[in-house]
Design a protein around this ligand. Structure first.
Ligand code: PSU
Ligand code: MN
Length: 296
């Protein structure tokens, strides 16, 4: 079987219980072992605390699975491939294991009729794009897959202003959760104002419902500041060093984001990791609440 929605997820969907898709590139290429496994467990628990059902998405032995069991997560670890949308076919055909990015997870979620998806930060327009043309497939995926995606904005390893422009060009709605400023992932604020803001999960659900009723094809990006905001100067200095190291190492293409995240995880110490875990958990909780509000 090439695509499988597991029983617990199917019965939640049939009963009108909220379901939240969770990505696994964060396991394979986003966080160090074993923090990645512990974080996935915390995210799943946060979804359940909101009364919803988590659906962990990944490629296991050639099957794109929606609702991986906790005992299967260790199979989707380094060694497993980073699967964006273009990688799904090749990895499935060779019977491989893969961690799905935001793009690939949004695809699987939408195909399974799951409306809500939680992550840390989405991919976007990379710095140096003028030379590299490196723009994440996440942006194109969110332009044509109507899901609600909860994140803490866009990590400043990317060109955040250009990413915001591109989101607008692609018709992807961006709203702040209890904020009118785009969160800066590790930092609470990015300095970029948002034209839209919602105060409650019900308000976010109402915006998504309106988009669906209008027949719009794109996602709604709900951005929530992480609970453990870090000082901007510290984060910027670190990212500057990560980008230099990537340049020196000649890293290009799909290796770029994992290289930068790995550099940050290794160089930044516990505080950054703790901030990252905290925001993933809090985004999963909010996603759970929005998924429940959609069925209210
Ligand atoms: N940004 C983050 N953390 C992440 C990623 C991005 O702050 O873990 C991961 C996500 O899985 C995202 C992917 O979908 O990297 C984007 O990779 P690329 O830029 O190669 O499209
Ligand atoms: Mn890229």
């Amino acid at each position: 079987m090439i695509f499988q929605v597991r029983d617990d997820v199917q019965s939640a969907l049939a009963q009108g219980v909220g379901v939240v898709a969770l990505e696994t590139a964060v396991l394979t290429h986003g966080l160090p072992y074993p923090d990645n496994l512990a974080t996935m467990a915390k995210m799943a628990e946060a979804v359940r605390a909101a009364g919803a059902v988590p659906a962990v998405v990944g490629v296991r032995a050639g099957t794109l699975v929606v609702g991986l069991d906790q005992t299967e997560w260790p199979e989707i670890l380094p060694g497993a491939e980073k699967c964006s949308i273009r990688d799904l076919g090749p990895v499935a055909a060779r019977g491989g294991n893969g961690g799905t990015t935001v793009a690939a997870t949004a695809y699987a979620a939408h195909r399974a009729n799951i409306a809500v998806f939680a992550t840390g930060g989405i991919g976007g327009v990379h710095r140096g794009v003028v030379d590299t043309w490196d723009v994440s497939a996440d942006l194109y995926a969110l332009a044509r897959l109507p899901v609600v995606i909860v994140s803490s904005g866009i990590k400043s390893i990317l060109d955040v202003p250009k990413t915001m422009e591109f989101l607008e060009s692609l018709g992807i709605a961006v709203t702040g959760y209890q904020t009118r400023e785009l969160p800066g992932f590790y930092t609470t604020a990015s300095g970029i104002p948002l034209s839209e803001s919602v105060r409650t999960p019900a308000e976010a659900a109402a915006v998504y419902r309106a988009m669906r009723d209008l027949g719009l094809p794109a996602s709604l990006l709900v951005t929530k500041p992480g609970p453990e905001g870090m000082p901007t100067e510290m984060v910027e200095a670190l990212i500057g060093r990560a980008l230099l190291a990537a340049g020196e190492a000649g890293v290009v293409g799909k290796a770029t984001t994992p290289f930068l995240l790995d550099y940050l995880n290794r160089e930044a110490g516990d505080r950054l990791l703790s901030a990252n875990v905290a925001l993933l958990e809090s985004n999963a909780r909010l996603a759970g609440e929005i998924s429940m509000a959609l069925h209210a």
